[in-house]
Write a protein that binds this ligand. Structure first.
Ligand code: BES
Ligand code: MN
Length: 459
């Protein structure tokens, strides 16, 4: 094991160079013009896996290809007795827009201090590369691994993992395992490594209000037709009440209330409301009344407008009544809400609220169920020991507000729980301009990976 740790220590600067190569691919899954870049990025991951000694292949899907890479198996007869773990990650990234807010171009990595800036550096390329490096250290030093490991690195996570569920079903036998390991979440600070035991689910939809058949002169025609942008604002304003609750009848029906025990645990996490407010740059925090910010952002459901478009957006003015207005919306869900149900309720409410002067069109998008597992299982305890060994301080338990669509499919199809061991810091700017990854988190993430296989295989 010492050889593994020494290897990691010794090769950090090459690993950073490799991460720089990895983040140069503009593998933006939401934008069709990047299809080739996703393919090329998948091929880079494939070659990388082969280079470190994994048996790897690229599996085509209807969307981006999935990389499957396995540690060399011992003799087939031993296969069934050795523990087997799947490491999941994604090589696709969120759109980088708006470009003008980046201090350096999103796909030209820049290092400043201990931060590597690039889209995808933290979410999720840096995190999955850390796991690959840990396994490389075992393979290249000839240190026997105490378990079999299969990497599954996909290219559609940021658009809801459309192809992965059917992929899992098809490869169920090959991927059958004792647990899934995922580093695609966060930690509160470098001194607080974390095991995340719950994620929110998500349900996405898009509303379009159609008005006149074309944009109209607002002087000649304005006053005689409804304005779709105005109608949309009025509609959207009715979806949340003053106390910060989602104003859709039935929305909270399935929400599991928080236990007193859990609320007490949340209250013990490091959190300073004033620093948090300043860090986010808002004049005042706002959230559902009766809950703390930690609860609001991780264990309570929300409805957010992610995008709002209508009319003229260019310089100066163009006086017109727009033909249409559109909003992109996501709801974050908590146990035991279901995405399909949440969309159905929203649809009903919008239909009721929509005035007859515009035509309502609703398109539903991706969805994922919320996730919650026990943080006291032997596997979770083993993961906590690996975090402590790598980071040198006591780990914390988190519920987080983001979503990883595939974790529920892992549970349902492979019957395996996910150990969420995130390496992202709160100021990594995931999904925002100037995303970065902390190179100390990168190095400690590799150590965590190295320890994890020992701890998990001992159970
Ligand atoms: N890594 C995130 C999810 C995450 C981030 C979980 C922080 C917990 C803490 C993941 O890549 C992500 O952003 N997922 C999307 C999923 C969606 C587009 C279906 C999300 O949560 O918005
Ligand atoms: Mn993401």
């Amino acid at each position: 094991m010492q050889a593994v740790l020494d290897y990691l220590n010794h090769h950090q600067s090459r690993f950073v160079d490799e991460l720089r190569e990895y983040v140069r691919f503009p593998s933006v899954s939401a934008q069709p013009q990047h299809k080739q870049d996703l393919q090329a990025c998948g091929e880079w991951v494939l070659n990388h896996c082969q280079g470190i000694g994994l048996d790897a292949r690229l599996c085509p899907t209807e969307g981006s290809p999935v990389v499957v890479a396995k540690t060399p198996r011992q003799s087939p007869s031993l296969d069934s007795v050795r523990p087997h773990f799947v490491v999941y990650g994604h090589y696709d990234v969120q759109p980088p827009e708006p470009f003008e807010l980046w201090k350096s171009p999103p796909f030209e990595p820049r290092i400043e201090g201990r931060s590597l800036f690039a889209r995808g550096s933290s979410d999720n390329k840096g995190q999955n590369l850390a796991h690959l490096k840990a396994v490389e250290a075992y393979l290249k030093t000839g240190t026997p691994l105490p378990c079999d490991i299969t990497f599954v690195i996909e290219g559609e996570e940021e658009v809801g993992s459309r192809s992965l569920a059917s992929f899992l079903k098809k490869h169920r036998a090959e991927l059958s395992c004792d647990a899934i390991v995922i580093s695609d979440t966060g930690m509160p600070s470098p001194k607080h490594p974390a095991l995340t035991y719950a994620l929110r689910g998500i349900a996405a939809f898009e509303i379009t209000l159609h008005g006149p058949a074309r944009d109209l002169h607002s002087g000649i025609f304005g006053g005689t037709v409804d304005n779709p942008a105005m109608a949309l604002c009025q509609l959207l304003s009715k979806l949340r009440d003053k106390s910060g609750r989602v104003a859709i009848p039935g929305f909270y029906d399935d929400v599991e209330p928080l236990s007193a025990y859990e609320r007490k645990q949340f209250a013990r996490l490091p959190f300073n409301a004033r620093d948090y407010r300043k860090f986010l740059g808002v004049p005042k925090l706002f959230g559902e009344r009766g809950f703390t910010p930690i609860e609001q952002r991780s264990a309570r459901p929300t409805l957010e407008i992610n995008g709002l478009t209508s009319g003229y957006q260019g310089e100066g003015s163009r006086t017109m009544v727009p033909a249409w207005a559109r909003a992109k919306i996501t709801m974050r869900l908590v146990p035991n809400q279901k995405p399909a149900r949440a969309i159905q309720l929203a649809r009903q409410r919008l239909k009721q609220l929509c005035p007859p002067s515009v035509r309502l069109e609703i398109k539903s998008g991706h969805g994922a169920e919320p996730y919650l597992v026990s943080p006291t299982s032997p596997q979770a305890q083993a993961a906590l020991r690996a975090l402590k060994a790598a980071f040198g301080c006591e780990p914390v338990l988190l519920r987080e507000g983001g979503s990883i669509p595939i974790v529920n499919h892992f549970q349902r199809i492979l019957r395996a729980d996910s150990l969420l061991l995130g390496l992202a810091l709160p100021d990594d700017n995931a999904h925002s301009p100037n995303e970065k990854f902390d190179l100390d988190c990168f190095a400690k993430g590799q150590l965590m990976g190295a320890h994890l296989w020992q701890e998990l295989s001992r159970l």
